[in-house]
Design a protein around this ligand. Sequence first.
Ligand code: CA
Length: 207
Amino acid sequence: MRVLLVEDESRLAETVRRGLVAEGFVVDVEHNGSDGLAAAATGDFDVVMLDIMLPGLSGYQVLRELRTRQVWTPVLMLSAKDGEYDLADAFDIGADDYLTKPFSFVVLVARLRALLRRGAPERPTVLTAGSLSLDPARRRVTRGQTVLTLTPREYGVLAFLLRNKGAVVTKSEILRACGTRTMKVTTTSSRSTSAICGARSTHHSGS
Ligand code: CA
């Protein structure tokens, strides 16, 4: 179980590294975005823990570049403070989970194990459902020949549902994946997807 930790706070990085090693993980640490990207892009890791505020490239930039390069290693984002960033952005560009500092080490290990169990299936470059397609690398959603304009949250919900196509997902999973507690969504993928697409399609055809 190889973990890459990209974290510029040396003491935190060392504490987490030691703890994870004691739990049986193999841990590599990088202290800035550029080195983190270079290491993560090798695809040699089972999971990447990525701080958002990093010297060099930000965690967001590293994540976006990884996904653009078709590296689908699960990424757990670390954010300094709740509310400082819109974590929906992180999910939009392909993060799999996040933790807000300071975090409990026990929770961190549980989250990492969950990501490792889920693994990194080769995700399709373009996610599809019928005539609907979503290209994560280009953040582009189309239905047939029509390009749909979605808000970041709509995009996040749609991407989450498409990645879980065929599975029943709970409302709380959707909200968590989209980094919000306030959005009103239905609980099955087909209904939510069609609700989003129906709303946008109406908007587009009417404008
Ligand atoms: Ca930092």
